[in-house]
Design a protein. Sequence first.
Length: 422
Amino acid sequence: MHHKTINSEFFHLFNLKIDKEMLEVGLFQLFVCLGQNLVKLSLIFHMYQNLNYEIWQIFAFYFLFQLGFVLTNPFVGYLIQKVGLKHGISSRGFGNIVFYVFLPFFLQADFYQSMLLLIPIFLLQGVLKNMSNISYDIFLAHHLNKKNKGEVVAWLQIAMMFAAIVAPVAGAVITKFFGFNIVIYVGILFMVISSVILYLTPDEKFPMHYTPKKLISDVFYKTPKSLFLAEWGRVFFETILWVLWPIFLILVLKDVLSMGILIGASSFFAMILAYLVGKRIDTGKTSPANILKWGAWRSTGLNFFRAIWFEPVSLSIIDALSQVNDQTIQIPYNTEVYKWTHEKDTFERAHIRRILSEVFFTISLLVFVIAFMCFPHSPCWLFVLIFSVGAFSLSLTAQISKVTDMVEKTKIKTAKVLLKVD
């Protein structure tokens, strides 16, 4: 049963070409990303500067964090069908609230004791954020229409990019002048807002016609190999930007405020391009696959130079260019993925895509843990090597076009069969 939402009177203020439910999800994305990006940079800086963690220990923290996602992912389908899609999406905010409340108490200078205390929190976080991520993919696959799917993806991307502009700078300022714990409290405030936005809205519940056993079997036997390659190329590089790039900036800039300003400025230019790329996709003049292919090759070159220039001004320019160009990869990539997800078995395909993503994030982090554990005193050449490999891995994202080519061929075959029947 649908009920009038408490914030329904405010929707007339937004004159966007997206429906009410997409707007609710967009607002959720904005606030949850503000909270996450506020803490993200400061957390890595806190572990390295205040707790004196070695680089491999920082990666080990994120590896254990990510392991919670892998272990719980196949089993959250039942929970999603019980709570509904939008309420499932809102669980990310609740998961972050729990995580951030306990983090200042459990994350201490004693690395091994801290990790033991945090493992239960990592598992709970894995359940709630898996629910959110899978629900989000299913929601988008169902709500993106053919006319403006690129533009809608772009608006959602812009919401996240806006958070990427404001939050790192704000988080860096708060960390520098008030301390890490205050950043956590402000982040929790944004998480509460994000969760309330979706939790208090009406929702629909859908049955999921697959079991965890069938899901895992279909990952291996019914998933296109091209999707494996594309996701690995995307995820390996995103892992570099998620953890390795902030560590690299700490070593080069040595100041959290400089880091926040550099990342925020780069994100500003990327936000503008995100909308333009989405509009271009919707015109139909250039295929998403073609935009993605050339964006991937440009990014390969830019991120190779990221690895070999250590001067702050040069880093700022390269990061800005890279983030701007990344929008020519992310938006068409997501558009193509949702095309495959929407074709059939939407729930299971969205779940499969997330399993691949979480497994590849975990493998990437494990590789970094081993690399920096084996070579703790030679990070310079190791950074160059990893950035170079990550740059070339981006070319694999173009493999997603083979997945959507299969979708189009299936449609053509189906149409021919229907014509014969008629």
